[in-house]
Design a protein around this ligand. Sequence first.
Ligand code: SF4
Length: 178
Amino acid sequence: MQKILLHTCCAPCSSSTISLLKEQFDIVSFWYNPNIYPLHEYELRKETWREYMKLMKIETAEKNAAWLGSSELYEQLWLNEAVACKQGRCFFCYKKRLEETAARAKELGIMNFSTTLLASPYQKHEEIKDIARDTAEKNGLNFIYVDPRKEFYQGVNSVKKMGLYSQKYCGCKLSMRS
Ligand code: SF4
């Protein structure tokens, strides 16, 4: 079975995506979400991700020191750039995460990648698809498109039933208010 590097934004969103991909691919779940704010929320989601993947017996990969280190650096290195992005902060955020996923896939010699960002009905699905296709083309990789939105709530509930944490906002500092 071919491997796929699955960018994973959190455990609840990953459930439905994993169900759709696992019959066809050997999944490696990749954590890269430096936009999550504040640090204790970042750590909680990451720990939940680790625990869930362990329970699901899915291999994991992550980028070392992925959080930005301090609230000041978060403002300087992520928030300011995201807010200044002409196409909008979510575009910037998707692009950063998918570019890092493609870079890691190449390092690991994995030709296929996808993202759990496609699962949530609250995300800009078409925009994610376009960015991922473009990123795949630039990097000579295959973007595997799936649409797990129909199974999203079922997936989130299955993670909650395992007693695992499920967040109340998308992730970045600005999304805490919306
Ligand atoms: S709302 Fe969500 S997708 Fe948009 S910038 Fe914030 S964390 Fe990223």
